[in-house]
Write a protein that binds this ligand. Structure first.
Ligand SMILES: [Zn+2]
Length: 298
């Protein structure tokens, strides 16, 4: 009888070891699953703003926490492939909101291709028109899909929920000498974090935004107006926006010599971190409504 004890003891020991191993494995798996779940929830709850590198031009993809997507501008005609491929690669099937800030080719050149390639919700454009082929192509694409255009003007709300909003805060007027001042300016707020997307709005429109509601201009990320041209980013406007980050969307060695030094100096003096698509490629910001992170292609 006594002779069996060592064997029984070792069997019990082995069983206990197995039990401990199983418990550890279960705890480990639960931990991993918890981590994955948390990551998924965080991603789902986040807002992303992608500043696409489209050379000389603007193209911004906004991915809202509820899965809806907004495109603000679509780059020049030659960036159609870049834009459509980027959206597809990122799993975008529908653009719930499309904003054409103003009818210049470096903003709407590829919009007809985008409208043809994706399911489109609402389209916002300012009242300004031009006689260019690229503008006519956009209108034709809108018409062919049976979409209608909502006129973009200050005070128009695009979406609003508990802690998320997207509003158009310019143009205030309808008559401007420069087509740039017709630019639809989009302000997005998620929790405590704000993004201000200014198109090519110049100092005149900036002054109107300041007079309209200077307090609503405050934003953590400013898409610098008109590719860093000295016609935009006036000192009082920059002071009211008081951004942490400024994104300039442009091509290296562009014909216009953007960004202008005076604008870079203003941003530097204001202590703003500047990110340029000609240097960094596509720039993606993500926020949970409190903190902001960003990643760059280069
Ligand atoms: Zn432009």
């Amino acid at each position: 009888m006594y002779g069996h004890w060592p064997a029984i003891c070792s069997r019990i020991k082995a069983a206990v070891k197995r039990l401990i191993a199983v418990v550890l494995a279960v705890l480990l798996l639960a931990g991993c699953a918890g981590g994955r779940l948390q990551t998924a929830v965080e991603k789902a709850a986040g807002l992303e703003v992608h500043f696409l590198d489209v050379g000389q031009g603007d193209c911004i993809l906004v991915r809202f926490p509820d899965g809806r997507n907004m495109l603000v501008d679509a780059g020049s005609t030659k960036s159609a492939g870049t834009v459509v491929n980027y959206l597809k690669k990122n799993g975008v099937r529908k653009l719930d909101f499309v904003v054409a800030t103003h009818p210049h080719e470096d903003h709407i050149g590829s919009l007809d291709a985008v409208i043809k390639a994706f399911e489109i919700g609402e389209v916002f454009m300012p009242g300004a028109t031009t006689t260019t082929k690229t503008f006519r192509d956009v209108l034709a694409a809108v018409r062919d899909k049976g979409l209608k255009i909502t006129t973009a003007r200050a005070g128009l709300n695009i979406l609003r929920s508990d802690n998320l909003s997207a509003d158009i805060i310019a143009p205030h007027g309808s008559q401007y000498e420069s087509l740039n001042n017709h630019s639809a300016v989009v302000k997005i707020t998620y929790g405590r974090v704000g993004f201000l997307l200014t198109g090519d709005a110049e100092a005149q429109s900036e002054a109107e935004m300041l007079a309209g509601s200077a307090s609503s201009l405050k934003a953590d990320v400013l898409k610098v107006g008109h590719h860093g041209s000295k016609t935009s980013t006036s000192t009082p406007f920059l002071k009211a926006v008081a951004p942490r980050y400024a994104v300039i969307s442009l091509a290296a060695d562009n014909d216009y010599h953007y960004p202008h030094k005076v604008v870079l100096d203003r941003l530097k003096k204001a202590g703003v971190q500047v990110l340029r698509t000609d240097q960094k490629g596509t720039i993606v910001f993500a926020t949970d409504g409190k903190d902001i992170t960003f990643s760059t292609e280069k």
